[in-house]
Design a protein around this ligand. Structure first.
Ligand SMILES: Cc1cc2nc3c(=O)[nH]c(=O)nc-3n(C[C@H](O)[C@H](O)[C@H](O)COP(=O)(O)OP(=O)(O)OC[C@H]3O[C@@H](n4cnc5c(N)ncnc54)[C@H](O)[C@@H]3O)c2cc1C
Length: 392
C-alpha cells in the first residue's frame, strides 16, 4: 500500500515517506493553504509500501512511547541565554552538552530569507540560531539522511523539533541509536509557510524595508507579556506585544494551523522523545515562584533524559524543582490535547490562498472578532498582574 492523502488531518508533513522511497518518486508539494504534502508519481512507484509503513501518523499507535519519569520546573542559570530563549532556556543547555563532546545538534532556524528550516550545528556560536520558538512549520525534508550519517559515524546527535518531527526521525531511522538524544517541544500547532510568507510581505511593505531579523518571543516586556520583535534593514525596529500582532492573533486563536494539528496523533504524557520542553505558564500557581523571566516545564521520559537533567543540575547550570506531573500538565493543555479550529479558520485560509495577509484577515472578519479579543484580554490581565507586583 502506498501513501495517499485522502484526509489532510492524517498527514503532518514530516516528509519521511519521501525520504524512505527507494525510487525517489515522492515529492513534497504545497497545497493552496501553504502546507506541504507528499505527492507520489504513480508511474514510477513500485508499490513497495515503505512510505506507508514509515508514516508516523498512520503508525502512531504502534510507537514505542514512554511515560513521564519526572516533571521539573527548570531555569537556565545564565540569564542572558534565558532571555534569548522562549521559556527557561533549557534547550540551549542540552545543546551545549552535545557540542562540548563533539556532537551535532539539529533544530529549527531561520535561513537568510526568514524561511524556517531544520538545520545542523556543531559549534556553540551556531546553536544560537535554534534559540526561541518560530511559530511556523519548519521544513525538515532534507535533514533525515544527514542525521543518519552522523549517527552511523558515531557522532553524538541531539535532534529537537515538534513531537511529529521527533516521531518522524525515529520512524525514518527505524532502529534505536545509543548516540541519539531527542527533545520534543510542547506544541499547540504550526501555521503554514504561506501565512508566514504573506505576513512578512505585509510587514516589509508597511515599513518599506527588508527584514534583517525576527523574534517571536521577545522578553523585553517580560516572559508572560512577550512581544514579537522585527529588526528592519532600514535600522528601524518594531516591537509589538503578541496580543496586538495579527500573525500571533491568528496563531494563538487556532485560525492558521495545519489540519493535522487539530487532531494531533502525538498528544499525551507518553512520548517517543527523551525529554519534552514546554512553557511553565502557571508556575506561580503550582510553585508560588515566577519572576517573569521564563520557566520551562521539563518532562523526562527515559533514563537518558533523567541523566541529562541531573548532570546539568550537578554542574550548577540550572535550577531544578520537581513538580507534580498532574498539576503541571493541568495548566498546559497543549501537552495533553489538540486545540479546536477557530470558526474563522476556513475563511482565513481560503483568503490566504488568494489574497494578501491583511486581505485574508479582513475576509475572515478575524481582525475584529474573538481571535484578537481572546489574547488581548490575556495580555491586559498579564500587564495588570505585573503592575500590581511592581507596586507591592
Ligand atoms: C510551533 C510551536 C508551538 C509551541 N506551542 C507551545 C504550547 O502550546 N505550550 C507550551 O508550553 N510550549 C509550546 N511551545 C514550546 C515553547 O515555546 C518552547 O519552545 C519551549 O518551552 C522550550 O523553550 P526553551 O527556553 O528551553 O528553549 P528555546 O531556545 O526557546 O527552544 C528552541 C527549541 O525549539 C525548537 N523550535 C523552534 N521553532 C520550531 C519549529 N518551528 N519547529 C520545530 N521546532 C522548533 C528549536 O529547534 C529548539 O529546540 C511551542 C513551540 C513551537 C515552536
Amino acid at each position: 500500500m502506498r501513501i495517499e492523502i485522502k484526509d489532510k488531518a492524517r498527514c503532518s508533513g514530516c516528509a519521511v515517506c519521501k525520504n524512505v522511497c527507494p525510487k525517489n518518486c515522492i515529492t513534497m508539494t504545497f497545497d493552496s493553504e501553504g502546507f506541504f504534502y507528499p505527492k507520489v508519481d504513480k508511474k514510477r512507484c513500485i508499490d513497495c509500501g515503505r512510505c506507508y509503513k514509515s508514516c508516523p501518523v498512520i503508525n502512531s499507535e504502534g510507537e514505542n512511547r514512554r511515560g513521564i519519569i519526572h516533571a521539573f520546573a527548570a531555569e537556565n542559570n545564565d540569564h542572558d541565554i534565558k532571555k534569548e530563549s522562549s521559556s527557561g532556556g533549557i534547550f540551549s543547555l542540552i545543546a551545549k552538552r552535545f557540542i562540548k563532546v563533539g556532537g551535532a545538534v539539529y533544530g529549527a532556524a531561520f535561513d537568510e530569507k526568514l524561511k524556517v528550516v531544520h538545520q545542523r550545528a556543531t559549534s556553540i556560536e551556531e546553536i544560537a540560531k535554534f534559540r526561541g520558538s518560530k511559530y511556523v512549520q519548519s521544513d525538515i525534508e532534507n535533514i533525515y539522511r544527514v542525521i543518519e550519517k552522523d549517527l552511523k559515524d558515531g557522532v553524538p546527535v541531539l535532534f529537537s523539533g515538534t513531537p511529529c518531527q521527533v516521531s518522524g526521525v525515529k520512524r525514518y531511522l527505524s532502529k534505536d541509536y545509543a548516540n541519539l538524544f531527542t527533545v520534543d517541544i510542547a506544541c499547540m500547532g504550526v501555521p503554514s509557510v504561506k501565512v508566514w510568507t504573506k505576513y512578512l510581505e505585509y510587514q516589509k511593505a508597511a515599513n518599506k524595508s527588508e527584514i534583517k531579523s525576527f523574534s517571536f518571543r521577545d522578553k523585553t516586556e517580560g516572559w508572560r507579556n512577550y512581544s514579537i520583535k522585527i529588526n528592519f534593514v532600514s535600522e528601524k525596529n518594531k516591537t509589538i506585544p503578541a496580543g496586538k500582532d495579527l500573525y500571533m492573533a491568528m496563531f494563538l486563536s487556532n485560525t492558521s494551523l495545519r489540519p493535522s494539528c487539530y487532531d494531533c496523533a502525538f498528544k499525551g504524557l507518553e512520548r517517543v522523545s527523551d525529554v519534552t520542553l514546554a512553557d511553565f505558564w502557571d508556575a506561580e500557581k503550582v510553585l508560588g515562584i515566577d519572576d517573569d523571566t521564563g520557566i520551562s516545564l521539563v518532562l523526562t521520559h527515559t533514563d537518558k533524559g533523567e541523566k541529562m537533567l541531573n548532570d546539568l543540575y550537578l554542574d550548577n547550570l540550572l535550577s531544578l524543582k520537581e513538580v507534580d506531573i498532574d498539576k503541571a500538565c493541568a495548566y498546559n493543555t497543549a501537552i495533553l490535547q489538540s486545540v479546536k479550529p477557530n470558526v474563522k479558520r476556513g475563511a482565513f485560509m481560503k483568503g490566504i490562498s488568494k489574497l494578501n495577509f491583511l486581505g485574508a484577515v479582513d475576509y475572515a472578519g478575524a481582525n475584529k472578532g474573538i481571535a484578537r479579543l481572546k489574547i488581548s484580554v490575556r495580555y491586559k490581565l498579564s500587564k495588570l498582574k505585573n503592575r500590581l507586583k511592581k507596586e507591592k
